[in-house]
Design a protein around this ligand. Structure first.
Ligand code: C5P
Length: 231
């Protein structure tokens, strides 16, 4: 199956508290968004990258070299991450055939290694009907609370943090996200929409350097982890 990528990059990065949205902050000499896009294009199976950006965003053209990239298509971002992904999926569907895999990757995860991307794409091409999600096993003890304030400890050997990339067949993902949203499911990642349709995705262990940059501490940590990589 051929592969296209969707990058939701339309967030405002409120928790980062920076002057520009976090995807435009500089990391190792490039914007975080460019690092994330170039990491995806390192595998030649990724044909095109659809980047969802707020329609009035001035930074995409001014702060990155992506506007004229032959494999990049800019699409309008939405009010939520799920809406931004849906816009990207709809644009991709208009240009690509039914036998296409959609890889969704957060703009704010610049630490995707070529090794992990290759492993994710290999896995998705072997079992496209299940799809694949980059994830890391929980490292802390996790508690669940309810509205009555009761606390329960989860078995952390069974709990994972879902990262991106997440890869599913384009048409199935588009259908699942529309149905899940209509049913009121809180679609915080692509896998949650596929799970709503009864699909059980494969979790492939990711590296810590792939964690999402949300707060200033994340930027310091991801930059340090990437600098420590053998060149
Ligand atoms: O806010 P958070 O870090 O969870 O956002 C995850 C990703 O979704 C980021 O890359 C962000 O730019 C993107 N996003 C989006 N459209 C929104 C909100 C977030 O594309 N409306």
């Amino acid at each position: 199956m051929s592969v296209i990528a969707i990058i939701p990059a339309a967030g405002i990065g409120q928790r980062m508290g920076a002057e520009v949205p976090k995807q435009y902050l500089t990391l190792l000499g490039k914007s975080i968004l460019e690092q994330s896009v170039l990491a995806l294009l390192a595998d030649t199976r990724v044909q095109q990258v659809f980047i969802a950006v707020q329609p009035d965003d001035p930074y995409f053209s001014a702060q990155t070299n992506l506007s004229n990239h032959p494999q990049v298509v800019r699409v309008p971002g939405g009010a939520s991450r799920a809406q931004s992904v849906l816009h990207g999926l709809a644009a991709a569907q208009a240009l690509h055939g039914p036998d296409t895999l959609a890889l969704v990757h957060d703009a704010a995860r610049p630490g995707l290694s070529k090794k992990l991307l290759t492993a994710l794409l290999d896995q998705a091409q072997q079992v496209p009907e299940r799809g694949v999600v980059a994830a890391v096993p929980a490292w802390d003890t996790l508690k669940q609370t309810n509205k009555h304030g009761q606390v329960q400890t989860l078995d952390r050997s069974l709990v994972w943090h879902a990262f991106t990339p997440q890869i599913f067949p384009l048409q199935a993902l588009l259908d699942a996200m529309m149905k899940a949203e209509r049913a009121g499911v809180n679609v915080t990642d692509e896998a949650s929409a596929m799970e709503f349709m009864g699909v059980s995705p494969i979790l492939l262990e990711a590296e810590q350097q792939l964690r999402k940059i949300t707060c200033p501490d994340d930027l310091i940590m991801v930059e340090a982890l990437l600098k420590a990589q053998p060149q």
